[in-house]
Design a protein around this ligand. Structure first.
Ligand code: PLP
Ligand code: COI
Length: 362
């Protein structure tokens, strides 16, 4: 059945958060603890397609205990940010890429795709409604579009009903230490994803599977877990919520390839494009943990950084694993990490001209 054009209904919020209370939440910083006044919801059902697009007050869902998502985890999500530029312009960074990846995740999880234009309209409608929640300065408004199986049915098959939603959260730094280099824990026990599995999809289950290893990372005093491949436990894949890059002494930039088991990060893709434009030699290739240790020890490895929407670009200063630990160069943020971070955030915040069509004004 062809999708009917969607009309968004705006149901005004009866009691929006008072300005002083909102400002106190914005001043608190941190990641993912405060939420804006509104949300967007759109329903999908078999035979009817997408319908009931609403911008409304953010409130709890009324969910049947038999809703398929609660049993079989049919759920996907995205993460992107809205920025307030110096001239008060509100912008999004490559939201079309999030819309595309959302649909790739949907296909992998046997869920309906959402027209990209509808994804963008939903995100923009929420940003406009909650524009006063976008922090000034270094903060941003983290947007979380997601979709889950909302049919009440216990049989194991793709759901016949889904709910798409976008919520927003004003955020500061993802890591407690701010822009300081992070310490990572290499898990040699747990893997995140297997070939043929869901590693390249942004589905909740991948994160559920990562939590025990992430908890070990915290127990070890580390900020993030690094996953190795599941077959040989030797090839570096990615972090719990970020991709990873290595900078060599001859200036080469190495990152793990999109093998189907890691998330194709939009930050990763953007940094690769920026690096390529600078003439930096890029190697997207398997990189083993043994090589990582040897390169760090010999001094060949100059910088390591993690990247993602939430974390932006974070230097990795120290690496811990079951049998020991080592430092990356002097343990500080290296020059290429700093340069790429400055350039990326400059683009995102409108301090640098957007010559690539990456920035979308809301
Ligand atoms: N890898 C994982 C597992 C992630 O959760 C994220 C964050 O979204 C990334 C990589 C980086 O992706 P992006 O740069 O699109 O935010
Ligand atoms: C993001 O960066 O958007 C993510 O989804 C990662 C998560 C750790 C917050």
């Amino acid at each position: 059945m062809p999708q009917q054009p969607l009309q968004f209904t705006h149901i005004p919020h009866p009691t929006p958060t008072p300005a002083a209370e909102r400002q106190a939440l914005l001043d608190r910083g941190g990641f993912g603890t405060a939420f804006t006044d509104h949300m967007v919801t759109i329903e999908w059902s078999e035979g009817q397609g997408w319908h009931k697009a609403e911008l409304r007050k953010r409130e709890p869902f009324l969910l049947d205990p038999a809703a398929a998502v609660l049993h079989y985890a049919q759920e996907i999500f995205e993460g992107l940010k809205a920025y307030r530029g110096a001239d008060d312009a509100i912008t999004l960074f490559r939201p079309d890429q999030n819309a595309q990846r959302f649909n790739e995740s949907a296909v992998r999880m046997a869920m309906p795709t959402l027209p990209e234009a509808v994804f963008l309209e939903a995100v923009e409608a929420l940003v406009k409604a909650d524009k006063d929640w976008i922090p000034a300065g270094n903060g941003s408004l983290y947007l979380r579009p997601f979709m889950f199986a909302s049919e009440a049915f216990l049989g194991v098959r793709p759901s016949h009903h889904y709910t798409f939603c976008v919520i927003a959260s004003p955020v500061g730094d993802y890591f407690k230490g701010g822009a300081k280099p992070v310490t990572v824990w290499v898990s040699q026990e747990y893997s995140r994803a297997a070939k043929g599995g869901t590693g390249a999809a942004k589905c909740g289950g991948n994160y559920a599977a990562s939590l025990v290893a992430q908890a070990q990372a915290y127990e070890q005093g580390c900020d993030q877990v690094v996953f190795l491949d599941c077959a040989e436990h030797q090839w570096v894949e990615e972090l719990g919520g970020m991709n990873i890059f290595f900078v060599m002494d001859d200036g080469r930039l190495v990152t793990t390839p999109l093998s189907g088991t890691i998330l194709p990060g939009i930050t990763r893709k953007s940094l690769l494009a920026l690096a390529e434009e600078k003439g930096i030699v890029i190697e997207e290739r398997p990189y083993s943990f043994a090589e990582w240790q040897a390169d760090a020890q010999s001094g060949k490895l100059k910088e390591v950084f993690a990247c993602g929407t939430a974390a932006v670009v974070a230097a990795v200063g120290r690496v811990k694993f079951a049998d020991g630990e080592f430092q990356i160069a002097d343990g500080e943020t290296g020059p290429l990490t700093l340069r790429l971070r400055e350039e990326l955030t400059g683009l995102q915040r409108g301090k640098q001209a957007d010559t690539r069509g990456w920035v979308r004004r809301v």
